[in-house]
Design a protein around this ligand. Sequence first.
Ligand code: ATP
Length: 197
Amino acid sequence: MPILVGITGGIGSGKSTVAKIFSLLSIPVYFADHRAKWLMSHDESLKIEIINAFGALSYDSEGSLDRTFLANTVFSDPEKIKTINSLVHPAVGKDFLAWASQQTTPYVLKEAALIFESGGNQALDFVINVSSPLKVRIGRILMRDSFRSEEQVNQIINQQLPDEQKNELADFVIKNTDNKLLIPQVLEIHQKLISKQ
Ligand code: ATP
C-alpha cells in the first residue's frame, strides 16, 4: 500500500490546483468530492442507505440521484447534513482505500474539502493543508463560480474549520497567496514524502 496523503484546504484555497501539480509529478490523485457524487449514484448499498434516510424521492424513476430534491431536503438542516455525511464519508473512505491499494507509486493523494471535519485524517498517514487568506479565497470563488453569491460562499466557509486550525493539524502547509510560488513548495513536500517510503 502506498503512503496515504490527504490534501485539503478551505473553499477557494487552491487545493485542486495544487493536487493537479502533484499529478504532473505522476502522483495519482483521488478527487474525493467528485467521487462522492459518483458513488451516490452508483454504489448500491450507499443508495439504499440514502433512500432509507431521505426517502424514495432521492432517486428518479431511472435510479439517478435527484440532486435538487436532496439539496432542498438536506442542506438547510444541519442534522440532515450530518446524516448524509455519516453515510457518504465512510463509503468514500472505503472506495479510496480500494483505489489506493491498486496504485504503485510511493504515495497517493486524496483531495477533499472536509478531511479534518470528517475525521478522514485518521485513515491517512499525512495531511497537506493549502492555505490562502480568506479575502483572496472569496474573490477566487466569486470569479470562478458565477452561480454563487458571496452569502453562499460565506455559508460554506462557516461549515469548514478555520484555516489557522487546519494549519496546526496538518503535517505540511502550502501557502497559496498570490505572491507565493506553488511549484517549489510542492517539490519540497514531494521529496520529503518520497524519502519516507
Ligand atoms: P473548491 O473548494 O471550491 O473545490 P479549491 O480549493 O479546489 O476550491 P481551486 O479550484 O484549485 O480551489 O482554485 C479556486 C480558483 O482559484 C480556481 O479558479 C483557480 O484557478 C484559482 N486559483 C487557485 N490558485 C491560484 C493562484 N495562486 N493564483 C491565481 N488563481 C488561483
